[in-house]
Design a protein. Structure first.
Lengths: 114, 117
């Protein structure tokens, strides 16, 4: 079983829809959670970063963490064609000697059509 | 503006060739990473380095080696390329901060798409 599982998609939605992207994880040592966005033929870029359980909002994006269920989500409101990309969840252990090593989900390809 | 550059965007090599992928970052970051990205598998860590001349194996180091002679440069070497090493290779860097802190955000290069024939 992978440490981080991400809904594979692909996901295709109409412009203006609310998008929900999800990841589950098995190791409670993960304490810091990130969402990266990757446009076609580009490297991933950090979109959202969260630590505690609860919600964090940034414009149309909301990151949600539920540590008791080991479940994280990214919501996109009023989705736009420019949101079309691959979304990757990523996590870091707290403590130990991980040297900032991230563990990624498999990525979800999102297409928002006009 | 942070910048991670990779020497090539596309490479075509033949089976058995020695392949060098170069990565340079201009952010004075301590940590550097090499990943490969394959459909359905996400990003998998090959090697990482937390200091000059230091390296640690990631999750899939077999068939690869790395070199870090200078802080800003991290090279990935395929000693004898094979067709199953056809992939997108991504380099990333991060600074050293509080464990798991935002300073440990990884910044990625644009990737090198390698085709081994």
């Amino acid at each position: 079983q992978k440490e981080v599982e991400q809904d594979p998609g692909p996901l295709s939605v109409p412009e203006g829809a609310i998008v929900s992207l999800n990841c589950t994880y098995s190791n409670s040592a993960f304490q810091y959670f990130m969402w990266y966005r990757q446009y076609s033929r580009k490297g991933p870029e950090l979109l959202m970063y969260t630590y505690s359980s609860g919600n964090k909002e940034d414009g149309r994006f909301t990151a949600q963490v539920d540590k008791s269920s080991k479940y994280i989500s990214l919501f996109i409101r009023d989705s736009q064609p420019s949101d079309s990309a691959t979304y990757l969840c990523a996590m870091i252990y707290a403590g130990g000697t991980s040297y900032g090593k991230l563990t990624f989900g498999q990525g979800t390809i999102l297409t928002v059509h006009p | 503006d942070v910048k991670v550059t990779q020497s090539s965007r596309y490479l075509v090599k033949r089976t058995g060739e020695k392949v060098f992928l170069e990565c340079v970052q201009d952010m004075d970051h301590e940590n550097m990473f090499w990943y490969r990205q394959d459909p359905g598998l996400g990003l998998r860590l090959i090697y990482f380095s937390y200091d000059v001349k230091m390296k640690e194996k990631g999750d899939i180091p077999e068939g690869y080696s790395v070199s870090r002679e200078k802080k800003e440069r991290f090279s990935l070497i395929l000693e004898s390329a094979s067709t199953n090493q056809t992939s997108m290779y991504l380099c990333a860097s991060s600074s050293v901060g509080v464990q798991g802190g935002i300073r440990e955000t990884q910044y990625f290069g644009p990737g090198t798409r390698l085709l081994v024939l």
